[in-house]
Design a protein around this ligand. Structure first.
Ligand code: URA
Length: 232
């Protein structure tokens, strides 16, 4: 159950103030009866709500895939850099947040949602959802470095789970990790004597960054993609 005014604002019918006015002015009907109480609790699944005779259809949650551009922040506020949420202003009426964080200078696959359980499922290391990064390196990759990355590395607050390394060329690898600790990829490469010069996330679980999305572009996930992530 959810408050009527919150539900209508979530669905984009106006700000909380605007929808309260619509309700008080008698434009909103629930199951065929005018409702002038903005705090009335409604059941999104079963109640039929109309505004000025038009049926309200519900999107329970929003799930977005973005190709995060450089120089953007995974935060709800813009400070020195703009928040990625500024790129999706058409959803500004929803309480969106990023699923985990990518660094300011990292690009690529970023999920944005208003579903806390979904976000927790993706982030939680216990679900062992793999994240694949394209890592451009300062120094050529060596067998010892690969061994270090694949064996797991000790940091102050955690030991990385064994990673997978695919060497694409001397200065480019695909690195698969399970966790998403602060600066994890950069710290892992630093720990084995290398440095990251550019970083892009390519994949989370089976979800691959849509190649048609340019940096800054986004689209909603399909129902199949959402279900697949939740099964992973
Ligand atoms: N690891 C990093 O070091 N940075 C990111 O943005 C993501 C993973």
């Amino acid at each position: 159950m959810i408050r009527l005014d919150k539900l209508l604002a979530n669905e984009g019918y106006g700000t909380r103030k605007e929808v309260k006015k619509l309700i008080r002015d008698g434009f909103v009907e629930i199951n065929g009866e005018v409702c002038k109480k903005d705090d009335r609790k409604v059941d999104e699944e079963n109640d039929q709500i109309t505004i000025d005779g038009e049926l309200v259809t519900f999107h329970k949650n929003v799930y977005i895939m973005m190709n995060k551009p450089e120089q953007t922040l995974c935060s709800n506020e813009s400070t020195k850099y703009p928040s990625v949420l500024e790129y999706i202003s058409e959803y500004a009426h929803r309480d969106l947040f990023t699923v985990g964080r990518l660094d300011v200078d990292t690009v690529g696959l970023l999920l944005i949602t208003d579903d806390g359980d979904f976000a927790h499922h993706i982030i939680s290391p216990s679900h062992h959802l793999e994240k694949i990064y394209e890592v451009h390196l300062q120094e050529a990759i060596t067998d010892e470095m690969i061994e270090g990355l694949e064996n797991g590395l000790e940091f102050k607050e955690f030991t990385s789970m064994p990673a997978k390394v695919e060497a694409i060329s001397s200065h480019l690898i695909h690195l698969t990790i399970m966790e998403g600790k602060f600066h994890q990829v950069k710290r892992m490469l630093h720990a084995v004597g290398n440095e990251v010069v550019a970083l892009k996330r390519l994949q989370i679980g089976n979800l691959v960054l849509d190649p048609s999305l340019q940096e800054g572009d986004y689209r909603e996930l399909t129902q199949e993609e959402i279900a697949d992530l939740l099964e992973g």
